[in-house]
Design a protein around this ligand. Structure first.
Ligand SMILES: C[S@@+](CC[C@H](N)C(=O)[O-])C[C@H]1O[C@@H](n2cnc3c(N)ncnc32)[C@H](O)[C@@H]1O
Length: 218
């Protein structure tokens, strides 16, 4: 029997463009981003953004931390094009094409080494649960001691009714929600981060299914 490939519509240009048109109006998004910004320390020099989309979150972080260099990673051709457009002429940012279903590529630089902060917003829930766990471990290995992982994520609701309510509040239904979503509860993900070795692991902000999960590499 051949295994069915998990659905991920994000490589479609229409799917990416449809999201970009409504991305800024996602309920409570600004609150989650502000909570994430608080976690980026002044000494941060190198940032990795996983599933960067058009690079909006990374641009917010770099507006506050202009002396940083960054890698912005995504696999969607339309998103990569949008990110390259946003960061055109900005030598601080390297845009990298990579599918998060596969192990992270070598993103190190001999002179700069690993990352002080790995950030991500609303992206990692598009990979299957098993891959989320291995990806979190790969992220841990890429972070300098003292560095932080900040995952502003779409997580699972504890009950179907709460899931339906969330969808309704963001203008979707169970019929129209993105079939690419592979939502996982907060507790499991925080447990994985602790097992991997992150410390000060917590859910530092949450509105319904949007949550900021974070941990520090000691
Ligand atoms: C909901 S959008 C979020 C984009 C951006 N981070 C933001 O907050 O606006 C999800 C992003 O994850 C990317 N993505 C989904 N699955 C991916 C995968 N397997 N590998 C790399 N990127 C992926 C999509 O292309 C898209 O840019």
């Amino acid at each position: 029997m051949t295994a069915t490939k998990p659905v991920n519509l994000w490589s479609s240009t229409d799917h990416a463009r449809d999201y970009l048109e409504r991305a800024d109006s996602i309920s409570h998004r600004g609150e989650g981003e502000s909570a994430l910004l608080e976690l980026i320390s002044p000494g941060t020099r190198r940032i990795l953004d996983l599933g960067t989309g058009d690079g909006g979150l990374l641009a917010l972080v770099q507006a506050k931390h202009p002396d940083t260099e960054a890698v912005a990673l995504d696999f969607s051709p339309a998103m990569l094009e949008a990110a390259r457009k946003r960061f055109a002429g900005d030598s601080r940012v390297t845009v990298v094409a990579h599918n998060l279903d596969a192990p992270l590529p070598d993103l190190g630089r001999p002179d700069l080494g690993k990352f002080d902060a790995v950030i991500s917003s609303f992206a990692i829930h598009h990979v299957v649960h098993e891959r989320k766990r291995t990806l979190y471990a790969e992220i841990f290995d890429l972070i300098h001691p003292g560095g932080v992982f900040c995952n502003l994520e779409h997580v699972a609701s504890p009950t179907p009714r709460l899931h339906e309510e969330f969808l309704q509040r963001i203008g979707f239904t169970v019929e129209t929600e993105d079939p690419s979503n592979k939502l996982l509860d907060v507790e499991t993900q925080l447990g994985w981060l602790r097992e991997i070795g992150f410390v000060d692991v917590d859910c530092l902000w949450k509105w319904r299914e949007l949550a900021l999960l974070a941990g520090v590499r000691a």
